[in-house]
Design a protein around this ligand. Structure first.
Ligand code: HDE
Length: 753
């Protein structure tokens, strides 16, 4: 008999709790930890587990072999109202071990104790050797049909909708490292197509450090923390990284992408994605083309400033994760268009003189435009981080009919690595049966047994040919949509450990990238190299890297050499004569600002009606308002999200000041350093700090009423990107226009052209 309370009891709990907090918290501001607000008293009436939060999704309930079960996704979660053992026996007490008398010792027969502790002892699995730190989300991919001419892949046919799971990541850091470090970002997408899963395991940069997969352990060993002291964590600003990239100069292109603003994205939502390698598509007629995959974010490509990235590492190390989940919860669903650059499949595998098999080269979009083929929308956060984000297993070899690989030596090596790594990480060969990895296509693979086998295979003949299982499974014929290994001709050649000669140019495209940057982006690149090389211990490594920089651009090299206090060397190769590719710059256009954070400083004397209106306008514009006040709770009837003590400018994209912000009672320098300032009689020093930081991070700032005096006090009134007005609504409108350009770059004229 199931005596757990019916679903209505759950509903009552949720509604009762919601009523209690109504008016105090607003459900519109994302980030609530559970699906129902907690009560002060510990709940004691048994009822079924609370439902997931509205924005949460989970893997579809498929069987290990891909069949639909029709069960709700919560069927994979905990069941019933009562605490049980893993075998379902109800438990009376989990707070005390079974002891011989109240003073012990603990009895070996305490199964519940042993089960609970043993399971806990084994909760961790090895983190990924690279891309350990990540965040995932569920979504939907809708095809435009524009790729139908070049591929037979069914999920790319017009109007087809395919469930996806995307995992974003940094490369170098451990699982617990900060999100905002300077690094490449992973952008791996699992398309659950009905013809087999397609994994597009991409990065936010279109080139890679190495041209041959055999060098992967070398670059990663160089970039990871030093093996003796295990420092620094999640950074490239150290000797071993620069030692390697300055010696192995094919790494210079990717290194400059890392040193550019692309290395410190504002958000996962504002990153491009690149498949890096060239892939081969094949259509129903057997015709082939070569392609490069691109993800284009709806919100444009935007970055943090270096100081923001550093501050966030301490203030909110989960910044990108939080941003992704908050945006989905707020309904600002992140979107990308998938596009392809298409090249003729010629025997040379080159386009406009660029070797398409060289993963250190791009094909500028001006030469081969990115043609949109579908739209990705992320609309559900995971229900359980471990089950979904940690256990998801991507692999380049997961390809549906219509998409095939090329001979790019990096791609070829990856085809081996991704299955191999899961064997250790996920504890055996059956990782494709973990719920997040289960295909949405029928699976009949003749693979059997192994650790954690979830399928219950029938029959006696998992081999081919057989007659005992009636011949099943059968090879798919030409008209039965089998995967196509495109019969590419392999030219006769000696067996060698060598690269094509075309891979030898290590500088021309780095120069192309440098020349494509706007002045402010160039300044950031100079700053990044100077910082990173400045952190190296050995002069020899700095000098060697300066030589590569001289081969890229003399101005770049001279500026960095000055910062390092070293002479700038002369180039050892002729400077490449390359036209810039404007598509590579992130600056100079306007974009939507969905899901951005608007900090609003208020105090009880501020124009609270105006603040209420602005708050509603911010929501209506698809952004999130965060009220920052002298104390928590309510100001008037407005709920406070941050106080002067808990808020920091790096959490916001723009700052609005509605009040005069007199020092709060807790502005006590002995209590916190940010409350200390030479002249803090009139304005709370923490508010002044927010204004100063927003100003030097080139963020838009707006003020009305008492807020105007804060601008004057901070010395920024009347400067570019600082607006005032008679009402909050007027100021917000002006600030919104500034936000469309992401930052107020004209505040800081650049020194290099
Ligand atoms: Fe990876 N890479 N990689 N990589 N990679 C892994 O696989 C590897 C490369 C990328 O969110 C590992 O499951 C080799 C390029 C992403 O789970 C491992 C080489 C690109 C992710 C591995 C490369 C990537 C990985 C570690 C050199 C961009 C995270 C855990 C040939 C196109 C996926 C795992 C996730 C993860 C090997 C180079 C992207 C060890 C040998 C180039 C986004 O198998």
């Amino acid at each position: 008999m199931d005596s757990s309370k019916p679903a209505k009891a759950v509903k009552d709990v949720v509604e009762a709790a919601a009523e209690k907090v109504a008016g105090v918290l607003t459900p519109d501001v994302p980030g609530a930890p559970g699906s129902a607000p907690p009560t002060v008293e510990e709940p004691t009436t048994p009822h079924d587990p609370l439902p997931p939060k509205a924005e949460q999704g989970a893997p579809e309930t498929r069987t290990p072999t891909g069949a639909k079960t029709g069960a709700p996704t919560t069927a994979n979660g905990q069941q019933g109202a009562f605490l049980t053992t893993s075998q379902g026996a109800r438990l009376r007490d989990t707070d005390h071990s079974l002891k011989a008398g109240p003073r012990g010792p603990i009895l070996l027969q305490d199964h519940h104790f042993r089960e609970k502790i043993t399971h806990f002892d084994h909760e961790r699995i090895p983190e990924r050797v690279v891309h350990a730190r990540g965040a995932g989300a569920h979504g939907l991919f809708t095809a435009y049909g524009t790729a139908e001419k070049v591929t037979k892949a069914g999920f790319l046919k017009k109007g087809r909708e395919t469930e996806v799971f995307v995992r974003f990541s940094t490369v170098l850091g451990s699982r617990g490292s900060a999100d905002t470090v300077r690094d490449t970002r992973g952008f791996a997408t699992k398309f659950y197509t009905d013809e087999g899963t397609f994994d597009l395991v991409a990065n936010n940069m279109p080139v890679f450090f190495i041209q041959d997969a055999i060098k992967f352990p070398d670059i990663i060993h160089a970039a990871k923390p030093h093996p003796d002291r295990e420092i620094p964590q999640a950074q490239s600003a150290h000797d071993t990284f620069w030692d390697f990239v300055s010696l192995h100069t094919e790494a210079q292109h990717h290194t400059m992408w890392n040193m550019s603003d692309r290395g410190i994205p504002r958000s996962y939502r504002t990153m491009e994605g690149f498949g890096v390698h060239t892939f081969r598509l094949v259509n129903a007629a057997g015709e082939t083309v070569l392609v490069k995959f691109h993800w284009k974010p709806k919100l444009g490509v935007h970055s943090l400033t270096w100081e923001e990235a550093q501050l966030l590492g301490g203030i909110d190390p989960d910044f990108h994760r939080r941003d992704l989940y908050d945006a989905i919860e707020a309904g600002a669903y992140p979107e990308w268009e998938l596009g392809i650059q298409v090249f003729p499949d010629t025997p040379e595998e080159t386009f406009a003189g660029i070797d398409l098999l060289d993963p250190t080269k791009i094909v500028p979009e001006e030469l081969a435009p990115v043609q949109p083929i579908g739209r990705l929308t992320l609309n559900r956060t995971p229900t359980n981080f471990f089950a979904e984000t940690e256990q998801v297993a991507f692999h380049l070899g997961h390809l549906p009919p219509g998409i095939d690989v090329t001979n790019d030596p990096l791609l070829q090596g990856r085809l081996f690595s991704y299955v191999d790594t899961q064997l250790t990480r996920l504890g055996g060969p059956n990782f494709s049966q973990i719920p997040i990895n289960r295909p949405h296509a029928p699976v009949n693979d003749m693979l059997r047994d192994g650790f954690h086998q979830h399928a219950v295979h029938a029959g006696v003949a998992p081999y081919r040919p057989n007659s005992l299982d009636g011949g099943n499974p059968f090879p798919a014929g030409d008209d039965e949509n089998a995967f196509v290994d495109v019969p590419v001709t392999v030219a006769e050649a000696p067996k060698v450990r060598a690269n094509p000669v075309s891979f030898d140019d290590h500088y021309s495209q780095v120069r192309l990238f440098w020349l494509s940057m706007s002045p402010v982006e160039k300044e950031h690149i100079i700053r990044a190299y100077t910082f990173e090389l400045g952190k190296c211990y050995h002069q020899a490594i700095k000098e060697r890297q300066l030589q590569s920089l001289a081969n890229i651009d003399p101005v770049l090299c001279a500026e960095i050499a000055t910062g390092l206090g070293l002479p700038a060397p002369q180039p050892t190769v002729p400077l490449a004569d390359v036209p810039p590719s404007p598509a590579l710059s992130q600056v100079g256009r306007e974009w939507p600002s969905d899901g951005r954070m608007v900090g609003i400083v208020v105090d009880p004397d501020a124009d609270l009606d105006g603040v209420g209106q602005v708050r509603r306008a911010v929501f209506a514009a698809g952004m999130v308002p965060l009220l920052i006040a002298p104390h928590g709770g309510l100001v008037g009837d407005l709920p406070v999200q941050r106080t002067f003590a808990t808020g920091r400018s790096v959490e916001f994209d723009v700052l609005l000041l509605a009040g005069a912000s007199a020092p709060a009672p807790d502005a006590i320098p002995a209590r916190e350093a940010t409350a200390g300032a030479a002249d803090s009689a009139a304005v709370d020093p923490r508010v002044l700090l927010m204004v100063e930081e927003c100003w030097r991070h080139a963020k838009a700032i707006g003020a009305w009423g008492g807020g105007v005096t804060v601008l004057e006090r901070a010395g920024v009134a009347g400067t570019p990107g600082v607006v005032t007005g008679d009402s909050g609504a007027e100021v917000f409108t002006a600030v919104q226009r500034l936000l469309a350009a992401h930052r107020v770059w004209e505040r800081f004229p650049a020194s290099v052209a």
